[in-house]
Write a protein that binds this ligand. Structure first.
Ligand SMILES: NC(=O)c1ccc[n+]([C@@H]2O[C@H](COP(=O)([O-])OP(=O)(O)OC[C@H]3O[C@@H](n4cnc5c(N)ncnc54)[C@H](O)[C@@H]3O)[C@@H](O)[C@H]2O)c1
Length: 346
């Protein structure tokens, strides 16, 4: 009889969820993906299968739809854990459409947790974000750094979700333990070039903007601000390769399944612990792609902090996980994916 542990991945056809699905399937887990394809495409499933050698189960479900969510979970009640990536993530859009963000990002979590309790699915991993730290000036940012008011409704949904999760796992019920993973700046793609980020509309983040400019979809990249108090004047972020990030989910999952967690609710920063400036990323891209990028300096963008990077000691000590891939591997894999993706479109 098959003895593969079943894990539900909400938002599993998205950027980080698809890479995590590949890692889990490759390690022998049975993966059930629930996604409404609002920000991903169905053919990602074929790519996941090709890369992992295993077929994920897929169900098109809107996790904010209470009844559809209930029926989905009833079909998959014999599950060890849920990893929840499903959310809207565009910070700027969330400022203009706060209710859309509160509804999607909070309602989905409530529906998932309610079903987990109801069906005794014990373990939960949540995609949180460095945005929960708000305009934290303490560097590097540790898990104990203050949680300051988030600057966008998107950031607030991550803060509120963390509270919902902590309160729910603290209460007496059928749930065992949860982990929130606070990602810093995930970029890159699968090293094969077969999986990566596909932003719908103009990208909000640096890396897809760079690759789309290089391939000719965008005319020019604007670098917002070159007068920050950083060595080259551009903003510094803690970029992390999406494959490293995906592997951290596997480690967190096994910590929960093997009951190695030290508390019912744990939080880990996930980054490399190193800050790279916008210009560092552009230079790495130009070197790895062997071409010059068309960019210009533009005024600072409201709300951008000069520098943020993580203290990743807790993830290293507790999870035994460290990011291994370099900035050059981040930019080259993102470029490989962009070229591959556009080739398949034409
Ligand atoms: N990418 C980043 O820079 C970043 C940084 C920090 C945190 N995060 C968080 O990580 C998670 C994954 O991010 P990503 O970059 O892979 O995003 P993504 O948009 O590529 O993936 C999210 C997936 O969830 C699905 N989805 C959204 N709402 C849904 C709903 N109501 N029901 C079912 N499916 C739904 C989308 O179709 C998509 O496939 C998100 O929660 C995001 O907020 C991302």
């Amino acid at each position: 009889m098959e003895n593969r542990k079943k894990v539900i991945i909400c938002g599993g056809t998205g950027f980080i969820g698809s890479h995590t699905s590949v890692e889990l399937l490759s390690q022998g887990y049975q993966v059930v993906i629930a996604d409404n394809l609002s920000n991903s495409e169905r053919d990602i499933l074929d790519r996941i299968e090709t890369l992992s050698g295993h077929v994920p189960i897929f169900e098109e479900v809107d996790l904010t739809d209470e009844q559809a969510c209930d029926r989905f979970f009833e079909r998959h009640s014999n599950t060890s854990a849920v990893i929840h990536f499903a959310a809207f993530k565009a910070v700027g859009e969330s400022v203009n459409k706060p209710l859309m963000y509160y509804k999607n990002n909070l309602q989905s979590t409530v529906n998932i947790l309610r079903n987990m309790d109801r069906l005794s699915i014990p373990n939960f991993i949540f995609s949180s974000s460095a945005t929960v730290y708000g305009d934290c000036e303490e560097l590097p940012i540790t898990e104990k750094s203050p949680i300051l008011p988030a600057s966008s409704p998107y950031g607030k949904t991550k803060q509120i979700n963390e509270s919902i999760i902590e309160d729910t796992f603290k209460a007496e019920n059928n749930l065992a333990a949860a982990i929130s993973l606070r990602y810093f700046n995930p970029i890159g793609g699968h090293l094969s070039g077969e999986l990566g980020e596909v932003p719908i509309g103009p990208p909000n983040n640096l890396m897809p903007y760079i690759t789309q400019t290089a391939i000719g979809v965008r005319e020019q990249l604007s670098v917002f601000g070159n007068d920050y108090p950083t060595p080259d004047g551009t903003c510094i972020r803690d970029y992390i390769h999406v494959v490293d990030l995906a592997k951290a989910h596997l480690v967190a999952l096994e910590r929960l399944i093997n009951k190695k967690n030290k508390s019912f609710y744990e939080i880990f920063n996930l980054g490399t612990g190193n800050g790279f400036s916008v210009m560092d990323v552009i230079k790495s891209f130009e070197k790895m792609a062997g071409q010059k990028l068309n960019y210009t300096f533009a005024p600072r963008r409201a709300g951008d902090q000069a520098a943020t990077y993580a203290d990743v000691t807790k993830a290293k000590n507790e999870l035994g996980w460290v990011a291994e891939l370099s900035i050059d591997e981040m930019t080259s894999s993102a470029w490989k994916w962009e070229q591959n993706y556009r080739r398949n479109l034409s």
